[in-house]
Design a protein around this ligand. Structure first.
Ligand code: PLP
Length: 391
């Protein structure tokens, strides 16, 4: 009998992928399913980025690259961070990785072990908790509350730090709630971390360019006092509609970049070479498509929020970032997961139940508005009709 390590019995999943598979099955059976479940832009990757990858392939970029990524791309990432956040980043601390998730995996692996505590947002991206449990560390949920606009509360997060805390995870703009943590709150968090110099921070800023209503993105990179223990997670998946390319980057502190590089050498060697040239074009080429996609997301956001609030029993605060709405459904009398499942099976609308993002997700469902306005309108009509029928 095979005996694997116990971690594999604790590892979780991302239910969005199961919903995607079920929606696919229903579509194959001829059902008209509208997918508001999966968190990926519905746009094609901008043409000039695709062309850069094709050119790289034609130019013979077929071999291994350095484990941390090609030098021009690491330089371009550093320049981009400097331009957008006014911070100097050493390209030697930048690492190109196969997707945003890989930074999460590497950071949690570096700090998670039995006896260690890792703080993560709840509701939050489900892989944080899954990976923490895999390592045997204790996951400590940090509540993300609707009454707080789904922003991180510095006070609450700091109050959960113990002598066993090794890593804390911050995500703003956030999945699944669309919350953006304001500068004053991040200032408070960073100031409070002075008292805990042994705690590392993983800042997941993958939605940093997806902001609405003039919201600003405050990168944790811009705080010198935590630079020696900050791991920045970012990438191209969301901003440039490149989820399937499997591309991401991290910025590591001096003390950890060597470990991250060794992990790459042991595990994935390097990121797909032509994809790295595409990523370079994404950063250095025209940014028009990014602005256009954002304007479209903004219009859809209006549609989703207005549509949800028009349904009896449902209320939805305006998300400030990312492309998710996280409506409160307690007034419908439904539990979140049965509602998400009934909406898919009986109304042809795929959403994700809030509990798939953590214990505090009960009473909510997540809708991704990365779908056409027409489909969003139809989905909201179906939801409204479905809920009215059940009354
Ligand atoms: N972090 C958050 C908060 C996300 O929502 C996602 C994707 O849904 C990721 C990271 C992973 O991104 P990638 O597809 O680049 O691995």
């Amino acid at each position: 009998k095979l005996k694997t390590i116990a971690g594999f019995d604790r590892i979780g999943e991302e239910n969005a992928f199961a919903v995607l598979a079920r929606a696919g099955e229903l579509s194959a059976q001829g059902c008209d399913v509208i997918n508001l479940g999966i968190g990926q832009p519905d746009f094609a990757t901008p043409g000039h980025i695709v062309e850069a990858a094709v050119k790289a392939l034609r130019d013979g970029e077929h071999g291994y690259t350095p484990a941390t990524g090609i030098a021009p791309l690491r330089e371009a990432v550093a320049e981009d961070l400097d331009r957008r956040h006014g911070v100097a980043v050493d390209p030697g601390h930048v690492m190109i990785v196969p997707g945003g998730k890989v930074t999460m995996f590497a950071a949690i692996l570096m700090f998670g072990e039995p006896g260690a505590e890792i703080l993560y947002p709840d509701p939050g991206f489900p892989i944080y908790r899954s990976m923490i449990e895999f390592t045997g560390a204790t996951p400590i949920p940090v509540p993300i509350r609707e009454e707080n606009g789904f922003a991180v509360s510095a006070e609450e997060m700091l109050s959960l730090i113990t002598p066993r805390t090794r890593l804390l995870i911050v995500n703003s703009p956030a999945n699944p709630c669309g919350g953006v943590t304001p500068r004053a709150e991040i200032d408070r968090l960073v100031a409070g971390l002075d008292a805990h110099p042994g705690v590392a921070i993983l800042s997941d800023e993958i939605y940093d360019q997806m902001l609405y209503d003039g919201e600003e993105h405050v990168s944790l990179l811009s705080y010198p006092s935590i630079r020696d223990r900050l791991i920045l997670l970012n990438g191209w998946s969301k901003t440039y509609a490149m989820t399937g390319w499997r591309l991401g980057y991290s910025v590591w502190p001096e003390a950890l970049i060597g470990y991250a590089r060794k992990l790459a050498v042991n595990c994935w060697s390097c990121v797909n070479a032509p994809a790295q040239f595409a990523a370079l074009e994404a950063l250095r080429g025209p940014q028009v498509a990014v602005a256009e996609m954002l304007a479209e997301f903004d219009a859809r956001r209006e549609l989703v929020v207005a549509g949800l609030n028009a349904i009896e029993g449902v209320s939805c605060i305006r998300p400030k970032g990312a492309f998710y709405a996280f409506p409160n459904i307690t007034g419908t009398g439904w539990q979140a997961k049965p509602l998400a499942s009934a909406l898919l099976e009986e109304a042809g609308v795929a959403t994700i139940g809030g509990p798939d993002f953590g214990t505090l997700g009960e009473g909510y469902i997540r809708l991704s508005y990365a779908n056409s306005r027409e489909n969003i309108t139809r989905a909201l009509e179906r939801m409204g009709e479905f809920l009215a029928r059940g009354r």
